[in-house]
Design a protein around this ligand. Sequence first.
Ligand code: PTJ
Length: 259
Amino acid sequence: MSDDSVPAEVEEESEIPADHPRYEDLISRHRIERGIEEGITHLQGMHAEGRGSAFDYLLGEETIPTADAAERAAAAHLLLADHPVLSVNGNVAALVPEEMVDLAEAVDADLEVNLFNRTEERVAAIADHLRAHGATDVKGLTADARIPGLDHERAKVDADGIAAADAVLVPLEDGDRAEALGEMGKTEIVIDLNPLSRSPQVAAVPIVDNVLRAVPNIAAHARDLADAGEDELQAIVAEFDADEALRAAEERIRSGDLR
Ligand code: PTJ
């Protein structure tokens, strides 16, 4: 299947052939474009997507074993938490809305919209989009608390959401907030395709994988662990080695075979 088989203007995802070698990448591009058109994704989301796509190419566009271990540890953390929250930005809302709603259900977590380039219109559009994909309660609209030590819009959180959370999943995070959340004593789980970025470097659980693969895989692990006792979940958390996960991802990116 050559690139010529994909129309220049893709209206519907179904027009992208599932056997295209760059299928996931084309789906991502299409969803981000659509997200921008619908007022969900910021224009800068395209830059972020392009960067992520380059790292994913170098990783071999697959979930490497240490990323799978990180996804299992993330599931264990979220199941152990008293108040887990999944943070949603404009890229995540465009790329994996249904999967985020499903993960929230699997680990009994809140969904909270939290934006780097915050506007009330975009927060409302993302909340509506998540509801259209099955979410019942979406936080982030009240923004009645602040993350200490941050002066940008990402400091705005809900008092009964991220501010009160003991574990937070933050896909495509920026380093400042990642550090600030860690300083608040929260367990931070970061999904980011760049292992050298500050956010995975400071996370308790850095997941170097594409959100397209990572989010459903965390949910699958959570369902697999649904009957696990606290001791088993604690053992999974204790066994996970964040430094090794970052090292293995960087090694794969630097030395992997390009196709
Ligand atoms: O919606 P907003 O206003 O909150 O803005 C969201 C973006 C993503 C635009 C904003 O947070 C931003 O500018 O992020 P950065 O600093 O570009 O960082 C994005 C990181 O996510 C980069 O390290 C990318 O490699 C990584 N990334 C991009 N796409 C994916 C990804 N990681 C996992 N899966 C992806 N699909």
